[in-house]
Design a protein around this ligand. Structure first.
Ligand code: ADE
Length: 363
């Protein structure tokens, strides 16, 4: 079904939100899958998270028990799904993938549980979008490996094989305490550094058989918005460019030309990022402005702003979340090519032009 829908999507330029998240194209999904690391050794970056997950995996294997449940959160494209697959692979168990909105009622969850294998991983993406009744039915499954379901007038408790729930969400703030408390670990994925992304680009280029210079890999990595999914997608676009207009080798010059053509600027911002900053500065005088008003001005959904665009712009010091709404920092004014008014600079205070508030504010 999902495939069909993607096949039928009309051809049009993609916005960042679509590449990162829900509306990802089939091509991107297949590419992600092909390039996905399968083992801890292949996985580049997220050292703090990997270290903790490694311990959980090793402990579970030693005990010959299902691994504790784990929740990954962070912006799209940072590897939450990949990590679920790595965990299953390292545990030597099967993985069932589901997503919050697709589990429309308890019956769907029940069908997963009746067929799940001993110690398997159940991966639920977008777990914050589970319907409330479904979420509640997860609690006894997570705690006691049983699933309560009504059959006629009576409530039956069916046993579930010991399993590991790997949940993924863009924001922990959207999950209630009862669910959060049932995860043994709640781990935040961070944006990747330029060196890590360059290493990912080199690895992916190797797998795709694309010859690439080191400085070109670094340039792609540096301009990938801290996100491996985006790095891999840009690599693919750059490869097309190298094949059509060059001799197939990705040099720095080829990479720079292709990135410019893709609308990725020298700082790695894309069309959607610039549109957001421009709206904030030009329509709302730099803010603060409520997220709803900003989303309306961009004809985007609020979720798209919060999940896809803002985390990186906040981390890079373009944007601040204040109690009164979104505010442009000095870097945003610079990106738009306008001088920051003294009043806005004073309001932004010491943080203006600073290194950014960090992702933490968002979650
Ligand atoms: N491809 C996508 N994400 C990756 C990662 N973290 N390490 C290696 N290859 C990747």
């Amino acid at each position: 079904m999902a495939r069909k829908k993607h096949d039928e999507e009309p051809v049009r330029p993609l916005g960042a939100a679509e590449v990162y998240g829900r509306g990802r194209t089939l091509e991107d999904r297949d590419l992600d899958r092909a390039l996905r690391p399968r083992t801890f050794d292949e996985y580049i970056g997220q050292k703090a998270v990997i270290d903790r997950v490694k311990i959980m995996v090793a402990a579970a294997k030693k005990r010959r028990d299902a691994m504790d449940h784990v929740l990954f959160f962070g912006p799209p494209g940072l590897g939450k799904t990949t990590l679920a697959h790595v965990i299953a692979h390292e545990l030597g168990v099967g993985l069932r993938a589901a997503s919050g909105p697709a589990i429309e009622h308890k019956g769907v969850l029940a069908s997963h549980f009746v067929s799940i294998g001993e110690r398997d991983v159940l991966f639920i993406d977008e777990i914050h979008r589970l319907p409330a009744v479904v979420e509640e039915s997860l609690y006894p499954a997570m705690e006691d490996y049983r699933f309560d379901i009504a059959m006629g007038d009576t409530m039956n408790s069916i046993p579930v094989a010991p399993f590991t729930l790997v949940g993924a969400t863009t924001r922990t703030g959207l999950l209630g305490a009862p669910l959060l408390d049932r995860f043994g670990q709640v781990l935040r994925l961070e944006f990747y550094g330029a060196h890590e992304l360059a290493a990912i680009v080199r690895r992916s280029a190797g797998l795709l058989g694309v010859p690439i210079d080191d400085d070109a890999a670094h340039e792609i990595g540096r301009r990938s918005r801290g996100t491996p999914r985006w790095a891999n997608r840009l690599l693919r676009r750059v490869r097309d460019y190298a094949e059509v207009e060059g001799n197939g080798r990705v040099t720095l010059k080829v990479a720079q030309g292709a990135l410019a053509r893709e609308g990725v600027d020298g700082d790695g911002l894309q069309d959607g990022d610039r549109a957001l900053l421009r709206a904030l500065v030009e329509k709302f005088d730099g803010g603060p402005v409520g997220v709803e008003a900003l989303a309306a001005a961009l004809a985007e959904e609020r979720d798209t702003l919060e999940d896809y665009y803002e985390p990186y712009l906040i981390q890079e010091g373009y944007l601040a979340r204040t109690p009164r709404g979104r505010a442009a920092l000095r870097r945003a004014w610079e990106a738009v090519g306008r001088p920051m008014p003294a009043k806005a600079a004073a309001a932004a205070g010491a943080s203006a032009g600073g290194g950014g508030g960090g992702q933490g504010e968002l979650f």
